[in-house]
Design a protein around this ligand. Structure first.
Ligand code: ZN
Ligand code: FE
Length: 239
């Protein structure tokens, strides 16, 4: 399975997962259709599935066009039944879904939205975290409580450290400023920031990160309890 990073809108990441044997593909969170279409047409990809982490427009904006053009099926949380149009396959927490080489486990992560899910491709050890876990940050808590978000992040923390993290937005540099302000003397964070700046200076995305890097460097994952987490989330909301 090959992963192609497709930049969408301002700072969104969409991902094409491609079965290299037959060019079948899934797209994760197509924020808009145009750049995804461009890649599909230039590379003769067969788009079969559209995977949505949550219902926000910057993650589903391309659904309709892509579904109509390629008869792709939309997979999303059963909890987003009323909010994501034309879902074909409803997913629930803990479910394993499989088609050919695409096989993932659904991890329900309420907080940013109540229907938010992550796609964990356990064979490849890759997780798509949408707007729940960013590199060096986490999503704003729009619908759930801080407790929901804290528990959701705790679930992600238990994934194998080698797991690669593909997140929804290029917020990493900004997030790093917050982390270094409130987590001084973290040498792993210093190392990560050097790496991030190198990538960005070369015009590269900071995706993917890894669970290990985030455990070491992401202040929201380093929070020891709900109280500490909530304090950080409040500080970040006003940062
Ligand atoms: Zn969102
Ligand atoms: Fe978003």
């Amino acid at each position: 399975m090959k992963i192609e990073i497709i930049k969408c809108l301002e700072d969104n990441f969409s991902y094409l997962l491609i079965n290299e044997k037959n060019s079948d593909a899934c797209v994760v969170d197509p924020g808009e259709a145009k750049p995804v279409l461009k890649f599909i047409e230039e590379n003769k990809i067969n788009l079969k599935y559209i995977l949505n982490t949550h219902h926000h427009g910057d993650h589903i904006g391309g659904n309709n066009t892509l579904k109509n053009k390629f008869s792709a099926k939309i997979l999303a949380s059963e909890n987003d039944r009323e909010r994501i149009p034309e879902i074909d396959i409803f997913l629930s927490d803990g479910q394993v879904w499989k088609d050919d080489i695409f096989e993932f486990k659904v991890i329900s992560v309420p907080g940013h939205t109540m229907g938010h899910i992550c796609f964990y491709f356990f064979n490849e050890k890759i997780v798509f975290t949408g707007d729940t876990l960013f590199s060096l940050g986490c999503g704003r808590v729009f619908e759930g409580s801080n407790k929901d978000m804290f528990n959701s992040l705790t679930k992600l923390k238990s994934l194998p450290p080698v797991t690669k993290v593909y997140f929804g937005h290029e917020y990493t540099l900004n997030n790093s400023i917050f982390c270094s302000k409130f987590d001084e003397n973290n040498s792993e964070l210093d190392r990560k920031i050097i790496d991030i700046k190198k990538k960005l200076n070369n015009g590269l995305p900071t995706v993917p990160s890894s669970i290990k890097d985030e455990l070491d460097c992401n202040i929201f994952l380093r929070a020891k309890n709900l109280k500490e987490f909530s304090k950080l989330r409040d500080l970040k909301d006003n940062f």
